[in-house]
Design a protein around this ligand. Sequence first.
Ligand code: TGC
Ligand code: FAD
Length: 396
Amino acid sequence: MSDSRRPAAPDPHDFLALDAELSDTERDVRDAVRGFASRELLPNVAEWFDAGTLPDPRGLARAFGDLGLLGMHLEGYGCGGSSAVAYGLACRELEAVDSGLRSFVSVQGSLAMAAIHKFGAEEQKGAWLPRMAAGEVVGCFGLTEPDSGSDPGSMRTRARRDGTDWVLDGTKMWITNGSVADVAVVWAATGEGIRGFVVPTDTPGFSANVIHRKLSLRASITSELVLEGVRLPADAVLPASKGLGAPLSCLNEARYGIVWGAVGAARACYEAALEYAATREQFGQPIGGFQLTQRKLADMVVDVNHAGMTALRIGRLKDRGDCHHNHVSFGKFANVAAAQRVARTARGVHGANGITLEYPVMRHMVNLETVATYEGTEEIHALSIGQAVTGISAFR
Ligand code: TGC
Ligand code: FAD
């Protein structure tokens, strides 16, 4: 039977009509975050990036809290209880502005809050989560150390018992929001394996030093945490956190946000290139009329849509409880690499203008260097996928 209906031409901004697959609630989240981001974040982000900091992280936390973005996928305790796809869309729209802003929300909700939510006692959850969801309290997550990055199991931070107290000593490195946090979730080796501790940052012996001179993720605060004889009461330990699997299970949540966030960064670069190609003229015509530019736009739109499909598929798996951590590795590995390709190509399309902060492309391109490194480097996720398909571990 012939179908006389003529399909609509693809929308250059959503070529495979992926957003048509979203529910009304998911679309509402997308529009609310996109609206906030374009009003409040986009006009300022180049300046923040240039300054190498976030000038008002507490104001930002409250604004994100008011929007319901902090711990939005967690249940109860003032958290939103949204679907994984809705949370992913929020990450996508934030990272379309800047990876550092998605990171702010990831670290608070998917790492610090998720650790307390998954492994905390009722009292810890009640004491911290509602205030963190509202953005009144800022959290950070200390796993990485100067000598333990990809291999967190080799950490040197120690927690020892002293009577009923715990005493923590060690150094954590590259900790997002470390020097503005009110509370740090710190992972330390104990006689019973690796465990998580809830450390109020005003505890004597705790200090944080800002890491300066970053060339990437500049609209984000990154710090070293120093713990020198930090004495904590018995109830500071997250009781259900036992072994390296505990922090790794929090990483899955943040990595999932990156799967979507990378789509946002890629989309922003592609859209900037599309607009530039239509308006920039050389040799008497828009550069978008040259075959070589069209090839670049075709490569970019394919990458953006492939990444979008991957994110949506993994999100749907997560919402029905079928998302294994190797699915998340697949998504992080594929989508960050796609976003890096798109950002670099878009930078080229912009010519000299592409190296300035007047256009978003090089800011995204250098941010994505961090995104490819944190939450498991490209190599670590390649090895996770390799292990999943061969059954052979090649980490050591
Ligand atoms: P391995 O022996 O494989 O595993 C130890 C235990 O953990 C289990 N496991 C996981 N569980 C949940 N989720 C995962 N993704 C898991 N991966 C492994 C595993 O089954 C085992 O359980 P059990 O019961 O048998 O003990 O551990 P390994 O020492 O060989 O290391 C494995 C490896 C390399 C994959 C892991 O260490 C790793 O993922 N390394 C990368 C470290 C990393 O990603 N760090 C991120 C720090 S946080 C951050 O970057 C924040 S950035 C800010 C932002 O997000 O915006
Ligand atoms: P290394 O582990 O030293 O790796 C160096 C190189 O060796 C990489 O290319 C790596 O892939 C490769 N390599 C390592 N092992 C293998 C192997 N087995 N096979 C093949 N290649 C291998 N951490 C936190 O805990 N909390 C945070 O909030 C946080 N925020 C961050 C913010 C920023 C801006 C940055 C840059 C990092 C942040 N991190 C955070 C740290 C981040 O998770 C680590 O940088 C990351 O896990 C990699 O560790 P590393 O830098 O020590 O690199």
